[in-house]
Design a protein. Structure first.
Length: 489
């Protein structure tokens, strides 16, 4: 009977953790062969000791039984008789993986919860994977997630080399990940590589995609392609998935503290840069004379709280992430605020790239550590929505200075400070963008450093203040340059 195979191997992650502890996370004992789905799915461990552990997921598919089944979404009449499902890793293997490793996919391990967030050195091998587009597609979809990808094309017929390569590859991946993250990558990307599914694809598949990809898909450079491929090239479903991913479940702009703090050269010293950033923004707002402020991309509401404490008459916080807004409500204790304070603040879901009448009419707007979370292609839409339509009298923008990254010893050369940053600008690039945006919409612009202003590479954060021409102030603004640690918002 034809078999489809996936193996996952780890070595000892640290001196205190044997490799065989992988069995706890998978909820499958290494000493036993376990069978599921009426004998069609098997989980076994070809090797398991303190130094090395391999788990194999074997799927047995009866081609005749497939024809007798209820069938699925077949691309042509004979597809139920002539197909590759019993021989290649695709959606059927992923369905088996989802059922067999359900708890591991969810990141649950009641027996050993300490293992859930441990990063394991992993090797994944899938001998036959449907991969439309060949090795280049495998690299494009998997490498951005931190996998070393080896995708070897399989010939159409080994006996007739002249026929060339097939659409299948022998896929090997190596990387260091949490097990739940690795399984979610495979759950989404194995069917995405194939580009089709053995069953009807409907809105329920969008839910599956967002559950498995919610933590990483939004920041993936090929997210649109992944959505289309995973959803069997349905444009309508892919559009629905991307809308939901971006507007409701997307990453929290400005919520970057863990990544940047980990790269900080001088932790816990003097005033943290996040605090210096707040002070610089508040100083610019005070200088503008604003009484009403909208924090665009407010994240979990840290700056909104400072604005309330400063006594602004009206404060609006917006973010695309419902999760961030829920956290902001908890941080600000909106349910228990005195009525007078509660009447001054509002939190709403909104995208900085879309026109929204609720953000118009404010004296000032803030984009603090937000622009770098947008695709470069979306900056024009953001400029039109904020400067062209909302038109605050003053706009304060902060963003990381890419030149300063060399001062973070734990940040790899060329790496960005946070996993969701789409880019980071040098001082010249930031100035060019801000000057162009200001000129296009009738604003003047001035600049200031935030954090220690290194004589060679500049400050860790750069700030721009855009003023409507009738609000133009000094040619430059100033802010604190006290040494501090890098942390976002």
């Amino acid at each position: 009977m034809p078999r489809v195979l996936l193996t996952l191997t780890t070595t000892r992650p640290d001196a205190a953790t044997p490799a065989s502890d992988l069995g706890y996370l998978l909820h499958k004992h290494p000493a036993r062969v376990q069978t599921f789905d009426g004998g069609a799915v098997h989980v076994l461990y070809p090797e398991s000791d303190d130094e090395r552990c391999t788990v194999a997921l074997v799927l047995e598919l009866d081609p005749v039984a497939l024809v007798r089944g209820t069938g699925g979404h077949e691309p042509f009449v004979l597809a139920q008789y002539v197909n590759d499902r019993p021989y290649t890793a695709s959606s059927q293997l992923v369905v088996a993986m989802g059922r067999t490793f359900r708890s591991a996919l969810a990141g649950r391990c009641d027996t050993r919860p300490d293992l859930v967030d441990r990063r394991w050195p992993l090797e994944v091998h899938v001998p036959v994977v449907g991969c439309t587009g060949g090795p280049a597609t495998a690299h494009r979809l998997l490498a951005p997630l931190g996998w070393d990808v080896q995708a070897t094309p399989l010939p159409l017929d080994p006996q007739v080399p002249a026929w060339g390569d097939s659409r299948y590859v022998d896929l090997r991946l190596r990387g260091t990940h949490r097990l739940a993250d690795a399984l979610r990558h495979l759950y989404v990307l194995l069917p995405a590589l194939d580009g089709s599914k053995h069953y009807w694809v409907d809105e329920g598949e969008v839910d599956k995609l967002l559950r498995a990809g919610g933590d990483w898909l939004a920041a993936h450079p090929a997210r649109d392609e992944i959505a289309r491929r995973y959803l069997a090239r349905s444009r309508a479903l892919a559009a629905s998935a991307l809308d939901r991913l971006t507007e409701a479940d997307g990453p929290v702009a400005g919520d970057d503290e863990p990544d940047e703090e980990a790269t900080s050269p001088v932790p816990d010293r003097d005033v943290p840069l996040v605090q210096q950033r707040h002070e610089a923004v508040l100083a610019a707002l005070r200088e503008s004379g604003a009484r009403t402020v909208v924090d665009l991309g407010c994240g979990e509401g840290a700056l909104v709280g400072r604005l309330l404490a400063e006594g602004y008459e009206r404060v609006l916080g917006t973010d695309v992430s419902l999760r961030a807004l829920a956290a902001a409500r908890r941080r600000l204790h909106l349910d228990t605020l005195p009525e007078r304070a509660r009447s001054r603040v509002e939190l709403v879901q909104s995208s900085v790239t879309s026109s929204d009448a609720r953000v118009a009419g404010f004296d000032a707007a803030v984009l603090m550590e937000v622009v770098e979370h947008l695709d470069l292609a979306r900056l024009g839409a953001m400029e039109r929505a904020v400067l062209g339509i909302a038109r605050p009298r003053t706009l304060v923008v902060t963003t990381p200075n890419a030149e300063h990254n060399v001062r973070y010893p734990r940040l790899a050369a060329g790496a960005l400070r946070h996993h969701d940053h789409r880019f980071e600008w040098t001082r010249a690039q930031f100035r060019a963008w801000a000057q162009q945006a200001a000129a296009a919409h009738g604003y003047t612009v001035s600049f200031a450093p935030v954090g220690p202003d290194d004589p060679d590479v500049g400050p860790p954060t750069q700030l721009a203040v855009l003023r409507g021409r009738d609000e133009a102030g000094p040619s430059s603004t100033t802010s604190s340059t006290t040494t501090g640690t890098e942390a976002d918002r």
